[in-house]
Write a protein that binds this ligand. Sequence first.
Ligand SMILES: [Zn+2]
Length: 139
Amino acid sequence: MSFSAAHVLPTDTKCGRLHGHNWKVEVGIEGKIKEGGVVIDFYDVKLVIADLDHKIILRKSYSEEAITHSNSLKYRINGKIYIFPTEDVVFISDEPTCENIARLIWRRLDKLVSSPKVIEVKVWESEYSWSADKGGQSE
Ligand SMILES: [Zn+2]
């Protein structure tokens, strides 16, 4: 699976600027094969990242500095002011790092599946950089 999204990591020198990635996601799910021959429908798995595609992922706590103005969001990051259409932003509770995005997807999948078990979510932010979450254990 993959999605395209922008993020900013305010405490990082290089990644403190708004930039984007073509994120690649690998998911490992373990379980019994159900009637129909599948453990889980891949369509359902893909839905957990659908809202992230072509969006700007920001940490929710930064919204304290944000001013919602009609359908726009004024956002101050590292002294720079950005104005985003509200519908283009997805807020998450932690810094939108590769590690935390892997954890977010793992948690969403874990809620989705009951009998099958999510064993790993691996998120690639570039060809060489990835992070994996195994239910609270990041690599
Ligand atoms: Zn990045």
